[in-house]
Design a protein around this ligand. Structure first.
Ligand SMILES: NC(=O)c1ccc[n+]([C@@H]2O[C@H](COP(=O)([O-])OP(=O)(O)OC[C@H]3O[C@@H](n4cnc5c(N)ncnc54)[C@H](OP(=O)(O)O)[C@@H]3O)[C@@H](O)[C@H]2O)c1
Length: 229
């Protein structure tokens, strides 16, 4: 499958690209094609020297990535997303899966806080903003919010995290779950419909505050429960 990562030159994009490149053809997007190309090469070199395996990562300008991908992960800063998608809307297709890991969050004097979008006077999660901006895309999912970029990009680190996924479409959930499972040590859980992103996205500032206040680093999530028979 061809997975495109918009803003794949950034912190989250790097580790996602490297780990997914072991199973998929990955395209990383940037506003500058030359930057994306040179980072794609260096990501691949790191995969090869850390894991002794060959991945596939190529770098392009974001618009090219959208047009050529089956799955698109929007790894962009939250405050750029609405304008970016409005400008790029025509590049998306109905049959693509779009995944939002976006966390609208700021750091204040007392710690991190969730900063939802206000659109037409209504609070919205990032995933709902993505869905609103891409009305023709049938499968939109929300995932990866609680996976720290630094852990993903440390290829010697053995991940052992759960990933909560929200989506309105069955196809969005199953395809996203399959991509999450392709990263060794990540387990997908279905949280529910896309509106539940309003609860998933604030988990990140919550966990970061817990980490700061208890001298922890790189917090992530694991659900402790027994499976029903
Ligand atoms: N970092 C984490 O641990 C983490 C974990 C879970 C979820 N997330 C979420 O994942 C998303 C990406 O996080 P990140 O930490 O990877 O972000 P980041 O490193 O700050 O930025 C990612 C990329 O966005 C592009 N970018 C920056 N400003 C832009 C603009 N005005 N227009 C278009 N592109 C722009 C840049 O690429 P170019 O300069 O190459 O264009 C940059 O490399 C965020 O929404 C974040 O909430 C992050």
């Amino acid at each position: 499958m061809r997975i495109g990562i918009l803003g794949g030159t950034g912190d989250l994009g790097k580790g996602l690209a490297q780990r997914l490149s072991l199973h998929h053809e990955v395209m990383i997007g940037s506003r500058e094609e030359t930057k994306a190309r040179s980072l794609a090469d260096s990501y691949l070199q790191e995969v090869s020297s850390a894991l002794g395996k060959k991945g596939e990562i190529k770098g392009f300008e974001n618009g090219q990535v959208i047009r050529a991908s089956d799955v698109i992960i929007i790894a962009l800063p939250y405050n750029t997303v609405n304008a970016f998608l409005t400008q790029m809307q025509a590049n998306f297709r109905k049959d693509q899966l779009v995944i939002s890991p976006i966390v609208p969050m700021e750091k204040g004097q007392t710690g991190f806080f969730y900063n939802p979008y206000i659109i037409d006077g209504k609070e919205m999660s990032a995933a709902e903003v993505v869905s609103r901006a891409l009305p023709n895309v049938e499968s939109i999912a929300s995932a990866f919010h609680t996976v720290p970029a630094a852990r993903l990009a440390d290829l010697s680190y053995k991940l052992d995290f759960d990933v909560l996924i929200a989506s309105d479409s069955g196809d969005g959930w199953t395809r996203t779950a399959s991509i999450v499972s392709d990263i060794e040590g990540l387990r997908p859980y279905y949280a529910g419909k896309l509106y539940l992103s309003r609860y998933l996205e604030p988990l990140t500032p919550l966990m970061l505050n817990v980490a700061i206040n208890n001298r922890l680093k790189q917090p992530s999530l694991k659900i402790i429960a027994e499976r029903k028979g």
